[in-house]
Write a protein that binds this ligand. Sequence first.
Ligand SMILES: [Zn+2]
Length: 324
Amino acid sequence: MIHGHSHGVVDPGIASTERGMWAVRWSFAGLLLTALAQMAVVGLSGSVALLADTIHNVGDAATAIPLYIAFWFARRRPSARFTYGYGRVEDLAGLAVVALILFSALVAGYQAIDRLLHPQPVAWLGAVAAAGIVGFLGNEAVAVFRIRVGREIHSAALVADGYHARVDGLTSLAVVLGAAGVWLGFPLADPIVGLAITALIFGILWQSARSVFARMLDGVEPELLDEIGHVASHVPGVQGLANLRARWVGHRLHAEADLIVDPDLPVREAAVLAARVREAALTHMPALDSLRLALADSDATVTRTAAGHHHGHHGHGHSHAHRH
Ligand SMILES: [Zn+2]
């Protein structure tokens, strides 16, 4: 997964654990509450800096939506036509979130530029500053919560999301700065802060679109393939995996590979090894939904194993395609 500041994709490692989903739910509630409180002041004051910050917080909260739509669809069983189930609805929902961020970034940018060209007084300056502080506190609370739960469930992604919320909290403080500027007699401070936050939202848009489109194009994190190879290399009797491939269907990973074993091994014993590899991989990787293994041709080479775990069968300089 492309980490950084992206909205619209929840890390599968978080989505695959009960406690992770619980954290997603409470983060959503916290950010939504923060954004709603800010929204009321946006209407009262006409501050475009606060508008941009509110849009950002709504976008952050909205990240949980694709996941929930996906969970709702995931309850439906695969059908004769949709044989992999409906997990990819999550990608479509992610795309909808990206479209929403694009639209709201355009609105925030337009409003800020309009206000720069046609300055208007900002009312309720105290309330604007207070709303900025609410944004800071709301995000900081979510940050502390995510980092704590993330460490507890050993999810680096959730901890990273926590730091993301912390940065968002600092963004909200910029709104306070804008309000202070206006109060000190510099009315353009508000649209300037609004424009800066809009630029940040466009950055988020770019990162979110990259993650969502990578998913739609069957992009997968190479580390996940390394992890499967690593698990397989620890099963005694297994020489490695060839033609390892994986793709996400929603937040579930589906993988396939050719199992390389001693060519003289009876098929029955090879099947036992395959079952062991599969079980080890499924236990080790909570997001892994299926690992289909076929027996490799006897001259197959290991195309992918974890670093430091290259056992034999390596360095032939070619990879052998599986015959059908
Ligand atoms: Zn954010």
